[in-house]
Design a protein around this ligand. Structure first.
Ligand code: HEC
Length: 155
């Protein structure tokens, strides 16, 4: 390796290190040009609250599948509770979100609400699995629509 190419490797490492230090701060211009989704600027604490709610919803989806596989209705209702409308983001954060986001979020939480109603009416392991599969397929469609439309940035 000659001097110049060694120099460019070092420069590359330094710029990668500084990228790492910036993570969570202002986004890199490259991200803005590569990611065509609509950026939703939020203060850091609201961004963290949104991502926490997302992880809860993923947990609810996983928990629902696990409970359905074990034919455990009680565990199923407990798993989806954090994703239902009653547990949705606080109004101060909602005020910062675009209308289309709110509509998709309501549809998603509503999907978990109707799953809870359907689960209470369902009897037998096969019917429970069927109910969960049908409802989660619909809910996943809302997750995907929003993920394809929006991203969050710290302002
Ligand atoms: C109304 C919009 C919306 C809906 C509905 C939605 N998400 Fe998200 N979700 C987002 C956005 C925006 C991000 C951040 C993506 C980014 O900035 O790159 C995100 C991020 C996530 C993350 C990553 C969290 C982290 O810690 O980084 C997970 C997991 C996730 N969503 C799961 C889900 C699941 C599961 C559903 C459906 C049950 C769902 N989301 C529904 C908008 C949504």
């Amino acid at each position: 390796m000659n001097y110049l190419s060694r120099l460019s490797v070092v420069a590359g490492i330094i710029s990668m290190a500084s990228l790492g230090c910036n993570s969570g701060q202002r986004e890199q211009p490259a991200v803005a040009s590569l990611d065509k989704r609509t950026p939703v600027p939020l203060p850091a604490d609201a961004q963290q609250a949104v991502l926490r709610e997302m992880r809860q919803m993923l947990g609810a989806v996983g928990g629902a599948m696990d409970a359905a596989a074990k034919d455990d209705t009680t565990a199923l209702l407990a798993a989806i509770a954090p994703a239902r409308s009653a547990a949705a983001a606080d109004p101060a954060i909602e005020a910062l979100l675009p209308p289309e986001w709110k509509e998709l979020a309501e549809r998603t939480h509503g999907g978990f609400d109707s799953l809870a109603v359907a689960v209470r009416r369902t009897h037998g392991p096969a019917a429970l699995k069927d109910t969960v599969l049908t409802h989660l397929a619909r809910v996943s469609g809302s997750c995907t629509s929003c993920h394809e439309t929006f991203r969050v940035v710290v302002r």
